[in-house]
Design a binder for this molecule. Structure first.
Ligand SMILES: Cc1cc2nc3c(=O)[nH]c(=O)nc-3n(C[C@H](O)[C@H](O)[C@H](O)COP(=O)(O)OP(=O)(O)OC[C@H]3O[C@@H](n4cnc5c(N)ncnc54)[C@H](O)[C@@H]3O)c2cc1C
Length: 420
């Protein structure tokens, strides 16, 4: 009798990376995916000709696993200018890395966002972290990011106006209780490469992996409702025999499928997209809310980064608000527009709302000691495995690494069984 394939539940980055690694090892695998597309939390919609990522996110080109798995050339990446603009005291101020954005040198030095010592400390931190390999960052003793920033001696003004909105937008929480491992990791990645958007939208990333894999290995619109010993039960009632099962869903979905898994807490974000006839800035930069008040965390103009995000008619503006604080799209729109009018003036009245995305389980919580062990076990039982960003860390890189690790564990288990 033919050996049944390994069945992977979920075609997000972790599931795709797992399937690719199994393919490399000549182990037959099938991905079953509940939705009608691959990519999970990385998705792009086309609305009125604009590319809208379901929640603003970026690819950091220095991610080691992405460098191994992705073809950046084909993705036609548009790069952000390193650094950010900070809105504070009714003005936008540049906080750029002068070694990488020389045109911003003088504006950065002159900006009231932090003292000269703060700016020097950022540069020193960058130099320090460049020497620190990623595995060392994740293996170190951890603390909350806010405590680490204070320990490094940054002024509270700089933390409030730069680090809080910058890291808040990455961690999706602005108390900065997230582990300093993630702070150092992302800071390192930003320093070594670019924040970028693929010309075809973020969804081009999982689509590239799926193409590499071959679509015959993926069954879309196939929801798994139950997992038993070596059997995957589908919503349709069909039962799939599996030589091993890999649960590659988001953490809360994994807890529903596997009763004995602890509940994984998550962070939410709300993202609004607008069409603007005039772009609020010309730069390909992220704008941070450095005021310490208000609901908006960050704003950017994706069409300044990748023209292909546009429709040819106007400019695309993305606005991120942490959490899910609005009852309706209308109240979200009203609150965001009235705040951004104080930033960009009455032009904001003319912005046309394209979409509001509420991403409830956007990232797993990473408050210490959640990722004290940077690579949580991917093997649950002899033929049951798990992967996803909740097993490594909340990033594109973390999801891909967890998928590869799960595939390695499956292969080890198959080889072990063959020896007995
Ligand atoms: C708004 C937002 C912004 C982000 N920003 C960044 C960023 O800037 N940089 C960065 O590196 N990372 C960012 N991330 C994180 C990154 O996108 C995720 O860590 C990564 O995509 C998670 O991949 P995954 O494969 O672990 O899970 P998922 O992408 O959640 O994939 C799980 C898949 O399982 C499927 N599934 C679930 N239940 C079932 C079932 N019962 N049967 C079959 N299939 C099922 C789902 O449909 C889904 O396709 C962001 C995430 C969000 C949401």
């Amino acid at each position: 009798m033919e050996t049944p394939p390994v069945v992977i539940v979920g075609a997000g980055l972790a599931g795709l990376a797992c399937a690719l690694e199994l393919k490399q090892r000549n182990i037959a695998a099938l991905i079953v995916e509940a939705s009608d597309r691959v990519g999970g939390r990385i998705a792009t919609d086309k609305v009125d000709g604009y590319l809208l990522d379901r929640g603003f996110q970026v690819l950091l080109t220095a991610y080691p696993e992405c460098q191994k798995l992705l073809d950046y050339q084909t993705l036609k990446l548009g790069n952000f200018t390193p650094g950010a603009l900070v809105f504070k005291d009714d003005n936008l101020h540049a906080v750029a890395d002068p070694t990488r954005a020389p045109l911003e040198l003088f504006t950065t030095l002159a900006s009231p966002i932090g003292t000269t010592l703060d700016k020097m400390k950022v540069w020193l931190l960058k130099e320090d972290l460049l020497e620190k390999p990623v595995d060392k960052i994740f293996a170190q003793q951890e603390t909350q990011t806010i405590d680490e920033l204070k320990r490094l001696g940054f002024t509270s003004k700089f933390i409030e106006s730069f680090f809080r909105p910058f890291l808040g937008g990455i961690f999706l929480e602005n108390k900065l209780t997230t582990t300093n491992k993630m702070f150092e990791f992302v800071f390192n990645m930003f320093s070594q490469g670019h924040a970028a958007l693929p010309a075809g939208g973020m969804q081009a990333i999982p689509e590239q992996l799926a193409t590499k894999l071959g679509t015959s290995r993926i069954r879309l619109k196939t929801r798994v409702t139950k997992i038993n010993d070596g059997v995957v039960e589908l919503e349709s009632g069909e039962k799939l025999q599996a030589s091993a099962i890999v649960v590659a869903t988001e953490g809360t979905d994994a807890s529903k499928l596997l009763n004995d898994l602890p509940i994984i807490e998550t962070r939410a974000v709300t993202c609004l997209y607008y069409e603007a006839s005039k772009a609020p800035i010309k730069q390909a930069m992220l704008i941070l809310n450095g005021q310490g008040t208000g609901i908006v965390n960050n704003v950017c103009v994706p069409t300044n980064v990748c023209a292909s995000y546009g429709s040819g008619k106007g400019h695309l503006v993305s606005v991120s608000v942490l959490g899910n604080p609005f009852e309706t799209d209308e109240s979200a729109n009203d609150a965001v527009k009235s705040e951004l009018k104080t930033w960009f003036g009455s032009d904001v009245d003319g912005w046309k709302l394209l979409a509001v995305y509420r991403v409830l389980n956007a990232l797993p919580d990473q408050t210490p000691p959640k990722i004290e062990n940077p690579e949580r076990s991917v093997k649950l039982r002899s033929n049951l495995f798990i992967c996803g960003d909740h097993r490594d860390n909340a990033s594109i890189n973390g999801a891909l690494v967890s998928g590869r690790r799960a595939a390695q564990a499956v292969a080890d288990s198959i080889n072990h069984a063959k020896k007995i």
